[in-house]
Ligand binder design. Structure first.
Ligand SMILES: NC(=O)c1ccc[n+]([C@@H]2O[C@H](COP(=O)([O-])OP(=O)(O)OC[C@H]3O[C@@H](n4cnc5c(N)ncnc54)[C@H](O)[C@@H]3O)[C@@H](O)[C@H]2O)c1
Length: 388
């Protein structure tokens, strides 16, 4: 099957590599010639590194690179089985591109969007055949991240959903199905990892190195929230938070933090600018964490309880299944455990009590316990019964 990709930026280039590695012929289109050149040069470098490390041989590398055609002519999309759009995150631009696409591709070509935060239904609505539109959300970098969220819009046909899912599965990815709601699974459930950590920092309970230490050493997370925000970029991470907050009609659970906004405004974006919560570059020094286990446990558990609540609430609102929620967080963002499994392990009542304590302390809706968590706790249920 011929696969076409719109947008040769970070995501489009990565997805092109994944599809070409899965032996598809790929058309990678961008309006910007420089973006195409950059993408081609980057792929060359990645392929050379893979050969050097012995992951693939020279012939395979040549074959993968040879399957990608870099194009500035969208007419080459004709005859594609699937088109994946990965252009700028702007609804109006995406809509006009989808409209244009329909005049080029076949009647049964699946049209997918890699949007992180826009409504798939709104994008599909731009098409004459909205039933063929689906969200296929890869994570960055696409060749390395195993998780892909598949998002059917309310218009998407069952056949398109099934075909999109099985195709991406056949590329060696782990797919989960998410409802077309803001942030899908990962970008919704992960919000407290950043937001609650920022809140703890802003309240002066602990500094960034101490919170990071608590989350990695005591919580088992691969990276602490501040290290991770610096890695993602404070501009990007802030924008995702703000987008999710607005999309949820300003639900205080997702409220962004001034600290991060100021960092983004100041250009302290993290690793990419040499400064964020931490200093980077040669000779940079950073404060040491305060390794107080009692404080650390308190911080870690407050953030984890908020994450569990978010996972439970996503299940409550049928955003995804129990297994897909846990899979998304362990495979998409490398959490040490599925959050619902974690809730079972510590006991649902402990999660409820922590949230209720925070709620009565702050009297903020931000700390409201998910109705599902509360009901299950009351009834003595667990997310995974003995059958799991
Ligand atoms: N970067 C991430 O971590 C990430 C992760 C998942 C999903 N996404 C989503 O993927 C999409 C792309 O993100 P990115 O980070 O790769 O962006 P990017 O800025 O790196 O690349 C976008 C590319 O699209 C091109 N482009 C813009 N308008 C175009 C048009 N009308 N026609 C053709 N090409 C056009 C640009 O020239 C650019 O090369 C966005 O919707 C984003 O939300 C991003």
């Amino acid at each position: 099957m011929k696969i076409s990709i719109l947008g040769a930026g970070a995501m489009g280039s990565g997805i092109a590599q994944v599809a070409a590695t899965a032996k598809h012929n790929v058309i990678l289109f961008d309006t910007n010639a420089a973006a195409l050149e950059k993408s081609e040069a980057k792929l060359k470098k990645i392929m050379a590194r893979l050969v050097e490390k012995g992951r693939i041989d020279e012939a395979t590398s040549t074959a993968i690179a040879g399957r990608i055609t870099y194009a500035q002519d969208m007419q080459l999309f004709a005859g594609s089985g699937l088109v994946i759009e990965a252009i700028v995150e702007n609804l109006d631009i995406k809509k006009s591109v989808f409209k244009q696409l329909e005049s080029i591709v076949d009647a049964d070509t699946i049209l997918a969007t890699n949007t992180s935060s826009l409504s798939v239904a709104a994008i599909a609505a731009a098409c004459d055949k909205p039933a063929r539109v689906v969200g296929i959300h890869f994570f960055n970098p696409a060749p390395l991240m195993k998780l892909v969220e598949i998002i059917p819009a309310i218009q998407t046909s069952d056949a398109v959903l099934t075909e999109a899912k099985s195709l991406i599965d056949s590329w060696g990815k782990l797919t989960v199905i998410a409802k077309d709601t803001p942030g899908f699974i990962v970008n919704r459930v992960a919000r407290p990892f950043y937001g609650e950590a920022l809140r703890i920092l802003e309240e002066g309970i602990a500094d960034a190195p101490t919170i990071d230490w608590a989350m990695t050493e005591l919580g088992g997370f691969r990276m602490g929230p501040f290290t991770l925000m610096d890695y993602i970029g404070n501009d990007i991470n802030y924008t995702v938070t703000e987008t999710v907050f607005k999309a949820f009609y300003y639900d205080p659970r997702y409220k962004p933090a001034f600290t991060q906004k100021r960092l983004a405004e100041a250009g302290y974006l993290g690793r990419k600018t040499g400064k964020g919560y931490y200093n980077y570059g040669e000779g940079a020094t950073n404060p040491e964490p305060t390794k107080d286990k009692v404080l650390g446990e308190k911080i870690m558990w407050r953030i984890v309880a908020m994450l569990i609540n978010e996972a439970a609430d996503a299940l409550f609102w049928n955003v995804a299944s129990r297994d897909d929620i846990d899979l998304a967080m362990t495979k998409g963002v490398n959490y040490p455990k599925g959050l619902l499994k974690w809730a079972d392990e510590v006991g649902l009542q402990k999660c409820i009590d922590t949230l209720d304590e925070l709620h009565s302390e702050y009297l903020e809706d931000r700390y409201r316990c998910s109705p599902l968590l509360r009901k299950m706790g009351r009834e003595g249920q667990t997310f995974y019964s003995s059958e799991a």
